[in-house]
Design a protein around this ligand. Structure first.
Ligand code: IMP
Length: 191
């Protein structure tokens, strides 16, 4: 029987990727267990927000939970949107976030950016294991493709030499901030 992992996220894009990466596990979102609360992410760092999410779900379910807090960090914007990536344009809509980012990057020459992911595994008795991952690239001039989610369609990956909006799931997972963080976390958990 496969071991179970509960992810403290309702983001379908993230859950799909994590399921793909953890093929040896049965991966659930916390809403699969009938929990319907939204978690207020009021931390100041990716790590703090991941901890808030993992802790809330682990305590509500009485079993370990995994949380991912992630976002896009743009050099020329002083690291923005960063931890505010999900609600950059205010309404949580990916297309609006992308439009605002492209607008804020109009005429900007330095287009370097990175995706960052912080993973936290929290057990109800208070044990915390963490890991992080990054992937680098540049902000494109216009959206391209519709694969992935969030900012993928405006991010040109340095590793793949193509936009994530036109990369396959497998290609993205081979270089993504999330897969790098998860690999490091699983190595810590499983030794
Ligand atoms: P969180 O759910 O608070 O961690 O917010 C994550 C947000 O960062 C998402 O809603 C996306 O806007 C962005 N993001 C994180 N990872 C990715 C990714 O792999 N591709 C595109 N956007 C991402």
């Amino acid at each position: 029987m496969k071991r179970e992992i509960v992810v403290a996220s309702g983001n379908k894009g993230k859950l799909k990727e994590i399921k793909e990466m953890l093929k040896d596990y049965e991966v659930f979102g916390y809403k699969d267990f009938g929990l319907d609360f939204e978690i207020e992410e009021n931390g100041n760092t990716f790590f703090e927000n991941a901890l808030i999410k993992a802790k809330a779900v682990a305590q509500a379910l009485g079993k370990p939970a995994l949380a991912d807090d992630s976002g896009i960090v743009v050099e020329a914007l002083g690291g923005q949107p960063g931890i505010y990536s999900a609600r950059y344009a205010g309404d949580g809509d990916d297309a609006h976030n992308n439009q605002l980012l492209l607008k804020n990057m109009e005429g900007v020459e330095d287009r370097r950016a990175k995706f960052v992911c912080c993973m936290v595994y929290y057990t109800p008795d208070g044990n915390v294991v963490t890991a992080s991952g990054e992937t680098r690239g540049t902000i494109m001039q216009a959206p391209e493709g519709s694969n992935g989610f969030g900012y993928d369609c405006i991010f040109f990956s340095e590793d793949l030499q193509k936009g994530l909006g036109v990369a396959s799931d497998q290609e993205k997972n081979s270089i993504s901030h999330r897969s790098r963080a998860l690999k490091a976390l699983m190595e810590k958990l499983n030794g």
